[in-house]
Design a protein around this ligand. Sequence first.
Ligand code: AMP
Length: 435
Amino acid sequence: MRDRDDLLDGLFLSYYFLMNFKQLGIIDPILNALEQEGYKNPTPIQEQAIPVLLKNRDLLACAQTGTGKTAAFAIPIIQQIFLDKKKSNINGIKALVVTPTRELAIQIGESFRNYGKFTRLRHAVIFGGVKQGNQTRALQNGVDILVATPGRLLDLMSQGLVSLKNIKYFVLDEADQMLDMGFIHDIRKLLVQLPEKRQSLFFSATMPPPIVALSQKILGNPERVTIKPQQTTAERIDQSIYFVNKQGKSKLLLHLLKTEPIESVLVFSRTKYGADKIARVLNRAGINAGAIHGNKSQEARQKVLGSFRDGDTKVLVATDIASRGIDLDELSHVINYDMPNVPETYVHRIGRTGRANASGVAFSFCDQEERSYLKDIQKLIRQDIPVRAEHPFLEELDQQPVMQDAANPTDQRRRPAGRNFGRRKFRRNTSRRSS
Ligand code: AMP
């Protein structure tokens, strides 16, 4: 009985002390929209960033996707523009959000639409890889908030179709990814076009020295918010390593898809070619899989994503860059088919599962050449990832490569005669060890 009372006390106290959006000073039209979204309480980054932003301070935020960072900047921007508009209705774009990928741009646009649905603010999303007609028409109709990828933005600016002279709020999102993708020069070109007097928000999952230098160019005496993504994400997610050789990876993937309770899984491939190949192999084995990467058209990517979201496709295979913009709440598993060679990327990847505080599962396939990557990852997350299994028949697999890839005639291999992979057991080894 005592335990139950303690529990009830605890629940009451945590309910009582949980911050809500109203206490952060959010106005009714946005509160109503958040309620429709089902957001009950702010996430830590929202709790910390929103009050700072409503005070018109610059912000340097170290936080990754999955922490609720989009709402952390979108909500105060919508609120400020909404209130500004009540005082004076200046035309032109007032907020600019620059983000590295089109998927991310589309998602951020959706967030602005959802959170701002009762404010009548207008937003547009512009990105490359598609004709510009629809985007320029949206711009000509007038927008308050513009979400853009850097290349298309500069392009439309050079055509005189976008003016940044009325920008009051500027967000640079996923700054470290911008750098990785070579957008740094575009960002520099953009910065000189922005009005000096503005509020700037800078978001990055990691803060290596070039990112710190860039942030100093953009921000004036910012408030800092750090949401410890590496530790919190890593702790929330049930991670394990499979030591496997290269040829054994597709067989291991198939085995896991057949034997683990996987509802929806994002499989990471290092290369675009590899992503296509994994998807082909799975489809041939009767498992619905789709691949997204930079060589696919926007239309093809949206189609694959739509099918995945609807549950028609169980496995989504992606490269790191393509995956950046994907917001998938219901992801039960992440599989690192290839180990990432940048340790922070591992944290980004596994952070795709276990979102909004749900727990998730991440499997990583590590071959001999990738062991040094694993070492770096474990150093970064400050924990040894349990080794779930060492492939018990690695040697056999060396002689018996796994599956045929019909689309790739050079990949015609021998089938493992008379072997039933699914029935083989992995040797479990839950003891912690580092490679
Ligand atoms: P983000 O880090 O911006 O990509 O957000 C990750 C996910 O968390 C998105 O699917 C959001 O819809 C969701 N989210 C953001 N803020 C909240 C909140 N306060 N309560 C519940 N879900 C949220």
